[in-house]
Design a binder for this molecule. Structure first.
Ligand SMILES: [Zn+2]
Length: 187
């Protein structure tokens, strides 16, 4: 039985018993904030609890390491949608200690792909078409630096409207403690 099969069984009961009622809200964030954070499973419930975020409060975008690596990738597009379409006014990039993206080794990662039968020809074909896998799969060494880089990427984006506050934080995945890397102040 796959995990999904179990989930679908649960889901049928969930809907039937109207367990969704406490979660009902609108698509507009109550707190007018968009958060970019890591997909780490320890943060699934801890981060919202530690920040007093309830269903309907904020937009949460999750990506490995909370790293925003491309100014015109889907993360920045999501941030802009949250701002322009959903009225978010503050952006928080939240990395965390003990992140899997810290020290991610691209060479070792590529070795794992080969072990899983990705042919060498595929890797070289990507290389010759200009895709630098080593760069793409590279982790970071200091989470604070990674957060600061992502904050800069958002702050300097040519399509970011004026008056949007962009903050950078690091969360402890055990205690939920937030440390501020960079905090923007309203003028
Ligand atoms: Zn992480």
């Amino acid at each position: 039985m796959s995990i999904l099969t179990e989930i679908l069984q649960h889901n049928e009961q969930f809907v039937e018993n109207k367990e969704y009622v406490p979660y009902q809200t609108t698509k507009f964030p109550e707190k007018k904030m968009v958060i970019v954070t890591c997909m780490d499973t320890r943060l699934t419930e801890l981060l919202p609890a530690a920040m007093n975020i309830k269903n309907g409060d904020v937009k949460i975008i999750k990506t490995a390491g909370a790293v925003i690596s491309h100014p015109f990738g889907s993360i920045l597009r999501s941030i802009l949608v949250a701002i322009y379409e959903l009225k978010a006014q503050e952006v928080c990039v939240i990395g965390h200690h003990d992140c899997g993206m810290a020290g991610l080794n691209a060479d070792a990662f590529i070795e794992k792909m080969k072990d899983r039968s990705i042919p060498e020809e595929t890797l070289s074909a990507l290389k010759y078409s200009g895709i630098d896998l080593n760069q793409w799969l590279k982790g970071f060494s200091r989470v604070e630096d990674a957060v600061a880089n992502s904050v800069e990427m958002v702050k300097n984006h040519p399509l970011l409207p004026e008056g949007i506050l962009v903050h950078g934080l690091v969360i402890d995945p055990k205690t939920g403690k937030l440390d501020v890397v960079t905090q923007a102040e309203a003028e």
